[in-house]
Design a protein around this ligand. Sequence first.
Ligand code: FEO
Length: 172
Amino acid sequence: MLNEKIAKLINEQVNKELYSGYLYLDFANFYADEGLDGFAHWYEIQAQEERDHAMMMRRYLIDNGFRVTCDAIAKPDKKLKEMQDPLDAGYEHEQYVTSLINNIYSEAFALKDFKTMQFLDWFIKEQGEEEKNAEDLIKKFKMFGHDAKGLYALNQELGARVYTPSTTGPAM
Ligand code: FEO
């Protein structure tokens, strides 16, 4: 049986992951409106991955006998004006998500909940990748995004991203 405090934290994290997806959909809307369909596509896939994260956590709770609740998902609140704004906001958001996952992990550690620690291992690794991806996007944009040809090429590159459900992550 899962510890109630841990279960509640993971349930809250389900909501945060769905919010992340909602936030990235907002970024996709911004880029779609700017005519950067490749950037929009990249964030549409990112939104899908966030939903997957939520589903993995939901599954873990269900499989451990916890009744999952669906809470209200907050309205995306990042101010987006410049082309680089979603990229900066995305990096900042991923760092925040990392802190949330780390917090659940440390609570599980304190309670000797080794099963949850093992479950969270994948998310710890995933957060490392998500932060790196977000940081890489900023670097690329700084290098190529301020020249029409460079921006066109970057838009093409991001538009080629393919959604593939994780084969290494927890079940959904
Ligand atoms: Fe589910 Fe981008 O962290």
